[in-house]
Design a protein around this ligand. Structure first.
Ligand code: ADP
Ligand code: MG
Length: 260
């Protein structure tokens, strides 16, 4: 094998490992939500079991109808979570296409909602409807998931998560911000947070610490989109990450229903 061929082979291997790292990180961020999702399923099962018991005990049509209604909606709640999870994990498309930014965010919120609720984190949304970006949907959702999980982990109970979406046609960006009222990042660390393996999170009792991979992948993804990622932070007050994504016009023929 010539040197040239060896280099090509190594480059090929590197690309494959890169892709694997990205997918593994994506799945590990779902791991951070495992306990809240298990909790949610427990609640759903309790509802199903209790209403099933009620339906068995009471023979009258009215009670049975009510029991079926409750069981049905509990089942639908469970489906929403499992479909969302599968869609998130399976979406490995490498296509860049126009996506509605709010839709990407909403799909991620379905998965993190319970985690936020369990930690008593409120959500403030300031979302301009109908903002579109030309992106790889899977990768941008991975970034949003990482930023929201980091934000949650930085906050104590009672914290607030801020989600902002803005169209910036003058500069050609679709902008998304994820802010928190958490611990903030000291100045001397701000330079390092995007470095691979930089983490300040110690392993907890269950051995779940930080890997320091999340933000380094966020930066790589944003670079491949020719976008920007900015962070502002004040210790004790909170942190705000802002993504600037290449904007796109909303595709013709699609009616904007987000304001409805
Ligand atoms: N919202 C945030 N608030 C405070 N610190 C943050 C926030 N997001 C990231 N950080 C800091 O950046 C580091 C790197 O983040 P990340 O790459 O996601 O790795 P990990 O979450 O595994 O530690 C974190 O350990 C933390 O110190
Ligand atoms: Mg992280």
């Amino acid at each position: 094998m010539t040197d040239q061929e060896k280099i090509q082979q190594l480059e090929q291997q590197l690309r494959m490992l890169d892709e694997q790292l990205m997918q593994t990180q994506k799945l590990s961020s779902v791991g951070a939500l495992a306990s809240s999702i298990t909790h949610e399923f427990n609640n759903i099962l309790t509802t199903v079991i209790n209403y099933a018991k009620m339906g068995v005990r009471h023979k009258d049509a009215k009670t049975r109808d009510k029991a079926f209604d409750r069981i049905l909606s509990a089942g639908q709640r469970a489906t929403k979570i499992t479909t969302g999870m599968l869609a998130y994990a399976r979406n490995t498309s490498d296509r860049f296409e126009p996506c509605e930014v709010n839709k990407l965010l909403t799909d991620v919120m379905v998965l993190v909602q319970k985690d936020l609720q369990m930690h008593r984190i409120g959500v403030d949304e300031d979302i301009q409807p109908g903002v579109w970006a030309l992106v790889n949907s899977s990768q941008i959702q991975q970034i949003l998931m990482n930023l929201i999980v980091n934000a949650r982990q930085s906050m104590k109970e009672g914290g607030r998560l801020r989600l902002i979406i803005r169209d910036n046609p003058e500069d050609g960006w679709a902008e998304v911000s994820v802010g928190d009222s958490g611990c903030g990042i000291p100045n001397e660390q701000l330079q390092k947070i995007f470095d691979p393996f930089f983490t300040t999170k110690k392993a907890d009792a269950r051995g779940q610490g930080g890997t320091g991979i999340g933000l380094s992948l966020c930066r790589r993804i944003i670079e491949s989109h020719k976008g920007r990622i900015r962070v502002e932070s004040e210790v004790g007050k909170g942190t705000m990450f802002t993504l600037k994504l290449p904007r796109s016009e909303s595709p013709a023929g699609l009616i904007d229903t987000s304001a409805a």
